[in-house]
Design a protein around this ligand. Structure first.
Ligand code: DGJ
Length: 731
């Protein structure tokens, strides 16, 4: 396509005139200014002004000593006059490495999807080359989320090499200091927050692991303006929270420029990923999503939750099934007889769904351990002599659903798949293989492999009509990145993720209502790119109740509880009630062996599931208010409340997170999010059978105003290490 024909090449802006393009939500404005020389600059990101005309009064940063006029570029080119980190770096078809981007035109439309959404597109072009960049900004008005991505294309004679291609390039200039909170970890240690003050230079969050992208560093973060984030105050301060919707290598850069302002660049990691773009081809970056609030992290979290339920996570406003998955108790050691017994136990427990995890497949190389069988997706005839349908018949008879585990992107070297299709495997042919969990990653950049992965899932769902839930696992990173089929090796990391999304998208289209759980050795792959296709995700393989309080807390900064699978399992020193109460603040699931429960534990668990079914609508679809943070200095407890949309019902969770002598609550905790003008009846729920009635909180009526001004003491202590209080309207 010849871009000359599409756009008026002369810059539309007249001499000495500028255009301000406000991209607004209910509370936030991002303002792009087109300078008279055609440069697109970010002149404002923050609280929305009452009057859009006032954005014109914001001064230019060049006046303060920007030598280039580009420090605040909305998409910083490289190789011309910019001196700072670029958003885009290219080598043109003629070998010239310079790029300049000038405004051509822009448009703002309310999309068909909903009048809540406005799409702003700003078209930029290199005056010297047929090279174009489109900046796309989708503003979700009511939920205060802005989604940004970039489209790159050219009509040069030959191939252009893209060396860097960010999704977003923002500029923040309103604060004196910026404090970044990011989340690091490893297997079983997901989402540990760390805060740094951003100082002159660049702080980078990135990953190069290829698949389990969150393994070491999450692609979600938040920035507190002017002061360190105060974990004891969720409602104050300016916060910008961001998240890159990409399940592959990413790079997020925070550069404090010579003016002391913050440049934020986010996108696919250019590491080993030069992209060769042919004429007419579009390179569309993943989305960078962000939300801003001048009212603290509590507000930005609720923005994410509401938006994700409405626009991103499949069936985010619907129901979920509580599952029982015995994996953490059985591992690979099961057969049809044991599974049948466990299914009966699941029924006894009262869950909705039974999940058969890893180990059900492979014949030449039976999947009896993690060293073999991965990729051979046929029922193991010894373990399941009558196949999957026999099992689904059992669950059908019991009146529960059946779900199954797959890890379709992977292969063990000891497998028939590997023996027959070595060329499907990501590996460097002339180097030794290197494994994570004894497995390798399939080369999804190869269309034949894509079909194999799609068919694995599709075959499972079509051949076994009563399979109604999928757990999709991903346990290995990519080592020795090399494809035997791809033209440019440097496309592999990108094409892998695109192919993955393509497969998942096809499956979602064909099976729009099948719940699918995203797992990656726990929470190794959690982002809003892949969550377009999955109804829920695994937080972690670590099900220790105390660890989960902290993890769930961190996840709650970005992800809604309806999507967070929280299994009650046997890990951890805490009592069963504590572990159950913790799981109930997310999506309650089970991994306990019923046969190992004493009668009281079983009764408690059965009652807990029934209680949860009554409370779940508020937990899943209500607003979250964090009251006392486990990360807050000197806090013995963690406490949070979910309030439904009508403010008629709330569920309040509190947990002891410190074992010191006399640790616990000693004074009331102020409640948030309820209606000050309503009167609530507070009743402790999920009580362990046999608990002395005088030690529980029983039917206390208090006004919303009182609860939010004075508060209420849930009386958490070593004897009451977790407490759930239900709020209902008092008569
Ligand atoms: C890792 C997952 O996180 C576990 O839940 C389980 O599915 C195993 N993989 C199975 O290999």
């Amino acid at each position: 396509m010849n871009s000359n024909k599409r756009y008026i090449l002369n810059i539309v802006v007249g001499q000495n005139s500028t255009i301000n393009i406000p991209i607004v939500t209910a509370d936030t404005a991002l303002v792009i200014r087109i300078e008279s020389n055609g440069d697109a600059l970010v002149i404002y990101l923050g609280k929305r002004f009452q009057n859009d005309a006032d954005y014109a009064s914001i001064p230019n940063f060049q006046l303060n000593g920007d030598y280039t006029g580009l420090y605040s570029s909305a998409y910083t080119p490289s190789g011309t006059r910019s001196l700072l980190e670029p958003a885009i770096q290219v080598v043109h078809a003629d070998g010239n490495p310079s790029l300049d981007l000038k405004y051509v035109h822009h448009q703002q439309n309310t999309t068909n999807q909903s009048s809540d959404i406005t799409l702003t597109t700003i078209y930029l072009k290199d005056p010297a080359y047929q090279f174009e960049v489109t900046l796309n900004y989708k503003a979700y008005y009511n939920d205060n989320i802005i989604e940004q991505w970039t489209t790159i294309q050219h009509s040069e004679t030959g191939v252009v090499r893209l060396e860097k291609y960010c999704s977003a390039n923002l500029y923040l200039a309103s604060a004196n200091n910026y404090y970044l909170t990011h989340f690091h970890g490893d297997w079983s240690q997901e989402m540990h927050p760390a805060e740094v003050q951003l100082t002159a230079g660049i702080k980078i969050l990135d990953t190069k692991v290829g698949t389990r992208t969150n393994t070491f560093q999450a692609s979600s973060f938040f920035i507190s303006f002017n002061q360190p984030f105060d974990h004891n105050d969720d409602d104050q301060g300016e916060i910008l929270a961001g998240s890159l919707a990409w399940s592959g290598n990413y790079k997020i850069e925070f550069e404090i420029d010579p003016l002391g302002n913050l440049r934020l660049l986010a996108g696919i990691n250019p590491y080993a990923s030069e992209y060769y773009l042919t004429a007419g081809e579009e390179f569309i970056t993943p989305s960078f999503l962000f939300t801003y609030s001048s009212r603290g992290l509590g507000t930005t979290s609720r923005n994410w939750h509401r938006w994700a339920r409405k626009y991103r996570i499949p069936m985010g406003q619907n129901d979920r099934w509580i599952y029982f998955n015995p994996w953490s108790a059985t591992g690979f050691n099961y057969n049809e007889t044991l599974l049948t017994a466990l299914m009966r136990d699941a029924k006894t427990l009262g869950v909705d769904l039974f999940v058969v995890d890893d180990g059900w497949f492979g014949n030449k190389y039976p999947r009896d351990n993690d060293r073999q069988g991965l990729g051979d997706w046929q029922e193991n005839v010894k373990k399941l002599p009558h196949g999957i349908d026999y099992l689904t018949n059992v669950t059908e008879t019991l009146g529960i659903k059946f779900g199954i585990w797959l890890e379709p992107e992977m292969v063990n070297p000891r497998s028939e798949l590997y023996e027959n299709h070595l060329e499907w495997v990501i590996r460097v042919p002339n180097r030794p293989e290197y494994y994570m969990r004894n497995q390798l990653v399939l080369d999804l950049s190869n269309p034949v492999v894509q079909e194999f992965v799609y068919d694995t899932l599709d075959g499972m769902l079509t051949k076994h009509s009563m399979v109604s839930y999928i757990k999709w696992d991903c346990n290995s990173v990519i080592y020795n990145a090399y494809s035997t089929s791809i033209r440019h090796q440097s496309h592999l990391y990108i094409d892998y993720v695109r192919a993955l999304y393509n497969i998942m998208g096809r499956l979602r289209t064909k099976y729009p209502t099948v719940p699918m759980m995203l797992c990656s050795a726990g929470g190794g792959r959690v982002d809003y790119g892949v969550l377009q296709y999955f109804t829920e995700f695994s937080l972690s393989d670590n099900s220790d109740g105390l660890e989960r309080v902290f993890m769930q807390w961190s996840y709650s900064f970005f992800y809604p509880s309806i999507a967070t699978c929280d299994g009650v399992a046997s890990q951890g020193q805490q009592p069963l009630k504590f572990r159950t109460d913790v799981a109930m603040m997310g999506k309650l699931d089970y991994g306990l062996l019923v046969s190992k429960l004493n009668p009281t534990d079983l009764l408690f668990s059965q009652q807990a599931i029934q209680t949860y079914k009554r409370l779940k609508d508020t937990i899943w679809h209500g607003d979250l208010f964090r009251l006392v943070s486990p990360y807050g200095m000197g806090n013995d407890v963690a406490s949070l409340i979910y309030v439904n949309q009508t403010q008629n019902h709330a569920v309040w969770f509190s947990y002891l997170v410190n074992n010191r002598y006399r640790a616990g609550t000693s004074r009331p905790i102020r409640v948030k999010g309820i209606d000050p003008n309503k009167k609530y009846r507070l009743q402790e729920v999920n009580i362990y059978p046999g608990t002395d009635n005088s030690t529980i909180i029983n039917a206390i009526n208090l006004s919303g105003d009182y609860l939010m001004t004075v508060g209420f003491d849930p009386m958490v202590n070593a004897q009451r290490s977790s407490v759930i209080i239900e709020f209902q309207l008092a008569n």
